[in-house]
Design a protein around this ligand. Structure first.
Ligand code: S3P
Length: 440
């Protein structure tokens, strides 16, 4: 099927069924990158085959790893124990995680690499990562404008640093740690709040010793340079950030009951589930088990009468990608849902505060925007709008979910971008009974 120019979601009959979430995007990037840095074979099961991750697969191949697709979600990476000089530009597409982690990994090697991305990625700040990498000794040559892709990096000869982050960011932490693997001495990163810890966990699975010490509300992570990675098997559980969309639809479409199986339940990723429960959501987890070093479970959402809440700002790191879909569900709640301390949302694939506020307002929802947050006032959701997504997959999916319970249809542009994180989104939603169709 060719990609339509628009997608339209219409008020749907109750959604019902059991679906499987696609593989976790954060873990998929990391499995490919660590596999490429390691010596030997890394067999990955459950890899997300979204455009972002496929760009990372091509990148690690360009850095000298052998990459094979063995079957659906099953990939084999044979690492050479380090990165070789790539031929040509490394194009990371839309993927902020891909480019930032790869820049960290490349910085530790004596190679010169030019990194680039699509129009959205070219707008995103890169100095948050290149700053600390430069402190470690990597050199950067901005090709167009300071702080923006494309950038040429010359790595190698790094020295470990002790870095204190201002905002909790797993991307920054991970980039520094990956560079630190090939730096002299110890590299330490301190975070003000705890961000997702997939890099730390996965490094250990590859045989690296990583020290983690709690520090107030955050932690201090350190590793010694010169440690070798050994290829291993990685099983990627379902992505809670993607599972959020069918579950949100289950909560807001009357009469629904939707189960997503195999969802990763790492507490640093489940802030949205906690928030929904505080809003009165009927959200249950069954069949808790361990998979790929992470706790997973089957999550069921039933249609619920939601009420507005104040989301604690310190929860932001554990649900930073989920505020758009939270805002969509908050539109159906009674009262106001206050989301603050989320200025980071403005530098994601789009300015997500501005686009959610604009999209919801176009659908008849009252929204108050602030520099570092927004408040959604629940009530009747009229819909009947075409929403500009600026190519942001989560803005598109959030509005399509909203359209399933709005009075009139909701249309989004650039639906092809949904494939960056959730290639089977439309088929999966339709299998539950969602009325989502191509439109012009
Ligand atoms: C990610 C970290 C988050 C998140 C992104 C994935 C990761 O970004 O928004 O989608 O895999 O490390 P920040 O670390 O910049 O908050």
């Amino acid at each position: 099927m060719s990609t339509p120019s628009h997608l339209t979601a219409r008020r749907s009959a109750p959604l019902n069924g059991l679906v499987r979430a696609p593989g976790d995007k954060s873990m998929s990037h990391r499995a490919l990158i660590l596999g490429a840095m390691a010596t030997g074979v890394t067999d990955i099961a459950g890899l997300l085959e979204g455009d972002d991750v496929l760009a990372t697969a091509r990148a690690v191949e360009a850095f000298g790893a052998e990459v094979e697709r063995l079957g659906e979600g099953r990939w084999r990476v044979t690492g050479q124990g380090g990165f070789k000089p790539p031929a040509g530009v490394i194009d990371c597409g839309n993927a902020g995680t891909g480019v930032r982690l790869l820049m960290g990994a490349a910085a530790g090697h004596a190679v010169t690499t030019t990194f680039d991305g699509d129009a959205s990625l070219r707008k995103r700040p890169m100095k948050r990562v290149t700053g600390p990498l430069a402190d470690m000794g990597a050199r950067f040559d901005w090709q167009a404008a300071e702080d923006r892709l494309p950038v040429r990096i010359t790595g190698g000869g790094l020295t470990g640093i002790d870095y204190e982050q201002i905002v909790a960011s797993a991307q920054i932490k991970s980039a520094i740690l990956l560079a630190g693997l090939n730096a002299d001495g110890v590299t330490t990163v301190t975070e003000p709040e705890r961000s997702r810890d997939h890099t730390e966990r996965m490094l250990r699975a590859f045989g690296v010793e990583v020290g983690v010490v709690p520090m107030g509300t955050g932690w201090r992570v350190s590793l010694k340079g010169g440690q070798a990675l050994t290829g291993t098997a990685v099983s990627v559980p379902g992505d809670p950030s993607s599972a959020a969309f069918p579950l949100a639809a289950g909560l807001i479409v009357p009469g629904s009951e939707v189960t997503v199986e195999g969802v990763m339940l790492n507490p640093l990723r489940t802030g949205l589930f906690e928030t929904w429960r505080e809003m009165g959501a009927d959200l249950t987890v069954s069949n808790r088990r361990m998979a790929g070093g992470e706790e997973v479970g089957d999550v069921t959402a039933r249609h619920s009468k939601l009420r507005g809440v104040v989301v604690p700002p310190e929860r932001a790191a554990s649900m930073i990608d989920e505020y758009p879909v939270l805002a969509a569900t908050a539109a159906f709640a009674t009262g106001a849902t206050v989301m603050r301390g989320i200025g980071e949302m403005r530098v994601k694939e789009s300015d997500r505060i501005a686009l959610m506020a604009a999209g919801l307002k176009a659908c008849g929802v009252m929204v108050e925007e602030e520099p570092e947050g927004f408040t959604v006032f629940g009530g009747p959701v009229r819909g009947g709008a075409t929403v500009t997504t600026h190519g942001d997959h989560r803005i598109a999916m959030s509005h399509l979910v909203l359209g399933l319970a709005a009075e009139d249809a909701v249309t989004v542009d650039e639906p092809g971008m949904i494939a960056t994180s959730f290639p089977d989104f439309i088929e999966l939603m339709r299998s539950l009974g969602a009325d989502i169709a191509a439109s012009e």
